[in-house]
Design a protein around this ligand. Structure first.
Ligand SMILES: Nc1ncnc2c1ncn2[C@@H]1O[C@H](COP(=O)(O)OP(=O)(O)O)[C@@H](O)[C@H]1O
Ligand SMILES: [Mg+2]
Length: 267
């Protein structure tokens, strides 16, 4: 049996009267790249936010390296947050700081390391993501793809054991998006981290995933290796994986349920 890094068991999230995640079960193995797939509003980001401890769990539990997130105190959660790296959609860089200072921020905030050590560590992280020459630039002076790389260097600052990505290729052109995928694969192999990636882009998912899980309207649909997903006979999986025009998703659209899904989206 592979070593489990994250165990999601019956994890449930309720916003108001809506069950946004319904008793999700999922094991994420140590060192693998697990991709969370699903249409807009299916609950991918919410699941990721629950796994990083920024959204409370309303039912069930999530265990990370055997520790229950539900049982963690505020202090435990802060410690946990330092042990993981998160790359959000926007990259979330501070515009008034250089790329190097953005990457140094977690080290300055959370460690007592001397400045020379911090500078060396920043150089290493920037080298890893291919941005060493751009250390002294401001975020406004670099491209969207480079901003993602910088956000990734910052997520790596404290040497996390798990890296979480929410839509890492959102807003990027296909070539830049493929480059970010290459970087995700490289970091996973080179650093031996566990990677959890939320995406709705199938090309990207098939490039990077060791295993994938498909969510639909807050429910678990299927999980498996890319090959297993391709061979699935579940109509929903097939429509999603192959981008088919006919299937349960379009059926839902025809009957109007899809519009009401969309109206609830993207808060
Ligand atoms: N803070 C929130 N309050 C209320 N509803 C939310 C909140 N966050 C997300 N939702 C709802 O939960 C559902 C799933 O959202 P999300 O996890 O962002 O989906 P995805 O990332 O798959 O697009 C959506 O219908 C969204 O409107
Ligand atoms: Mg999302």
């Amino acid at each position: 049996m592979p070593d489990i890094a994250i165990k999601v068991s019956k994890a449930t999230k309720i916003f108001g009267s809506r069950t946004v995640l319904d008793a999700i079960d999922l094991d994420i193995y140590r060192g693998e790249t697990l991709v969370i797939l699903g249409g807009s509003g299916s609950g991918k980001s919410t699941l990721l936010r629950m796994m990083i401890g920024s959204v409370p769990i309303d039912g069930g539990d999530i265990l990370v390296h055997g520790k229950s997130l539900c049982d963690m105190s505020r202090t435990d959660l802060n410690e946990y947050r330092k042990s993981i790296g998160v790359l959000f959609q926007s990259g979330a860089l501070y515009n008034s700081m250089t790329i190097a200072d953005n990457v140094a921020l977690p080290l300055r905030e959370h460690t007592d390391l001397p400045e020379e050590t911090i500078e060396l560590m920043v150089k290493i992280k920037l080298e890893l993501v291919g941005l060493r020459e751009h250390a002294t630039k401001l975020p406004s002076e670099i491209s969207g793809g480079m901003k993602k790389r910088a956000g990734l260097a910052r997520a790596l600052a404290l040497d996390p054991s798990i890296l979480f990505y929410d839509e890492p290729s959102a807003g990027l052109d296909p070539v830049t998006s493929a480059e970010i995928d290459e970087l995700i694969i490289k970091l996973n192999k080179l650093l031996g981290v566990t990677s959890v990636v939320v995406t709705h882009e199938m090309d990207s998912a098939f490039r990077i995933a060791d295993r994938m899980v498909l969510l639909d309207r807050g429910k678990f649909v299927a999980s498996g290796t890319p090959e297993q997903m391709k061979k699935s006979t579940d109509p929903l999986v097939r429509q999603f994986v192959y981008g088919l025009i006919d299937g349960p998703l379009t059926e839902r659209k025809r009957t109007g349920a899809y519009e009401s899904d969309l109206l609830m989206d993207n808060i």
